[in-house]
Design a protein around this ligand. Structure first.
Ligand code: SAM
Length: 233
């Protein structure tokens, strides 16, 4: 009898967001596949979880997927976590889920924090239909994506790192100067901040203090622009 593959969400910065099921699932898993054994080790220690860790990240995902499938087929329960939030969302995980399904292995999600969804629901932008783009490509294809965003009717969610957040907002001032955006910084952490307004206004505010931490950018779609009466910065 095969084991089961669990896709387990963990907090995006606040350990208070760890779910009871996540702790129980990680405690009972034979193996926890994680991106960074040091980071996940800290989480496991905090929640007194003693299961074994297995390194599984972008650079070894293909090769390690085969090993995980063998262990699942041998009857072991395997949990996948990422450094923060939900695996498979701009993080490794998709390949092992697909391989498990191809091999008839049961898969279960243990839901929890996800930066994209948390940012969307506090943005005040339409949530009935949205598009998640993750990180924009750094070079090739970036301009095309920005042009697509300028034409997009749905709310758009982007991830961005501290090194590129200012560059991205500058680009938004050029491509969508009249559309409302929300920059969510350090969600669930002590210095959580939401900067919302037109790209030019957000840029001005961001430049007053050098940006720190992690960011999600939520962008109003064209249809949202027509309806939005929110004025804030
Ligand atoms: N799988 C994760 C999830 O479910 O949200 C996302 C992983 S992705 C590699 C990391 C990016 O998520 C960061 O660069 C940032 O854009 C966003 N992010 C993660 N935690 C965040 C937080 N607490 N506040 C704002 N953005 C966050």
């Amino acid at each position: 009898m095969s084991g089961k593959l669990y896709i387990v969400s963990v907090p995006i910065g606040n350990y208070g967001d760890m779910t009871v099921r996540a702790v129980e699932t990680l405690r009972s898993a034979g193996l926890i596949a994680c991106e960074d054994t040091r980071k996940t080790g800290i989480l496991l220690k905090h929640f007194e979880i003693e299961s074994k860790l297995f390194s599984y990240h972008d650079h070894n995902e293909n090769f390690k997927t085969d090993i995980l499938v063998q262990r699942l087929l041998a009857g072991e329960n395997v949990a996948v976590v990422s450094d923060a939030g939900t695996p498979c969302i701009s993080d490794p995980g998709y390949r092992i889920v697909r391989a498990a399904r191809e091999n008839g292995i049961a898969v279960e999600g243990i839901p929890g924090a996800c930066a994209a969804i948390n940012a969307l629901v506090v943005s005040g932008m339409p949530t009935d239909s949205f598009m998640f783009e993750g990180f924009l490509p750094h070079k090739k294809g970036r301009n095309t994506k920005l042009k697509e965003i300028a034409e997009e009717k749905k709310t758009i969610i982007l991830y961005e790192s501290v090194h590129r957040i200012e560059k991205l907002i500058v680009e938004l001032t050029e491509h969508i100067p009249g559309r409302r955006i929300c920059v969510m910084r350090e969600m669930t952490k002590i210095y959580e901040e939401h900067i919302c307004g037109l790209p030019g206004q957000v840029l001005e505010k961001l430049r007053k203090t050098p940006p720190k931490g992690e960011f999600v950018v939520v962008i109003e779609g064209i249809s949202g622009k027509v309806k939005s009466k929110i004025q804030e910065i």
